[in-house]
Design a protein around this ligand. Structure first.
Ligand code: FES
Length: 84
């Protein structure tokens, strides 16, 4: 089980899962859901290494380890803290 804190609110998520659902539940806006619009950009405050590597869509949008697209991002395990 992994944990994601979004603006200090804690959510439990399964290891190796997309974070999009929990981010959407929290109120982070989404639009394209395919990594091309940038609407869902989040800032990673802690635990960037607990997220999977940036995928091609995130690289194309000039994301980095502390700026990710919530619609593309997978949590590996452990604790990640983000804001948006
Ligand atoms: S919703 Fe468009 S990039 Fe994530």
């Amino acid at each position: 089980m992994a944990k994601i804190f979004i603006d200090n609110i804690e959510y439990n998520v399964k290891d190796q899962t997309q974070i999009a659902d929990v981010c959407e539940k929290h109120g982070i806006p989404f639009s394209c859901n395919s990594g091309v619009c940038g609407t869902c950009q989040i800032e990673v405050l802690e635990g960037p290494d607990n997220l999977a590597e940036l995928n091609q869509e995130e690289k194309d949008m000039a994301m980095d380890r502390n700026h990710r697209l919530a619609c593309q991002c997978v949590i590996k395990s452990g604790i990640v803290k983000v804001t948006y």
